[in-house]
Design a protein around this ligand. Sequence first.
Ligand code: G3D
Ligand code: MG
Length: 180
Amino acid sequence: MSSSYDYLFKVVVLGEGAVGKTAIVTRFSHGFFRTDYRTTIGSQFAVKNLEIATDSGRLTVKLQIWDVAGQSRFQILRPMYYRGSSGGLLVYDVTRRRTFIVLDEWLAELKKAVGKTIPLVLVANKTDLPDRVVTPEEGRAYAEKHGMPYVESSAKTGEGILDVFEQLAKILVEARHGPG
Ligand code: G3D
Ligand code: MG
């Protein structure tokens, strides 16, 4: 396993409890998924290298992915994990409208902790389920309003999962280089 990389980013995974944050990260990181002592206070991280194609050739991006518990009882601790992150995933469950409605609250919590707006990918998860209530149009409109890429995923089937992380790596590299 190669440990060399061109970029290293800390990223966070945000969203209500049970939207599929842990399932998405686990599905992506067939490498290793480390559960450390912080699990007891609702957090774990995974590390994974990703190859992306850019104008200047192929780049290896190493992601240190922090999966932070969404339950309200962890609210006081979450900001500590957000600090120093370069970007993240904003996840909701397409079968539960509440998880979509509260996205603004997640953005506010993140911005307050990091002190600025950081690149995020909006992830509409659980698209394999028949009882979808949040439409692709609504998701896309929200993403567009906030300048985020929009990706539909199913952690259950694996559909869209690689795309989620490739989009994230891409916007992180772009943000590092600045416009142009
Ligand atoms: P969280 O980390 O955001 O709290 P989890 O969410 O990853 O723990 O997932 C919550 C539940 O949703 C789990 O069910 C998980 O299997 C399920 N889930 C996650 N992603 C998907 C998906 O894309 N499709 C479907 N159908 N289910 C998904 P359980 O029953 O294990 O609690
Ligand atoms: Mg979880």
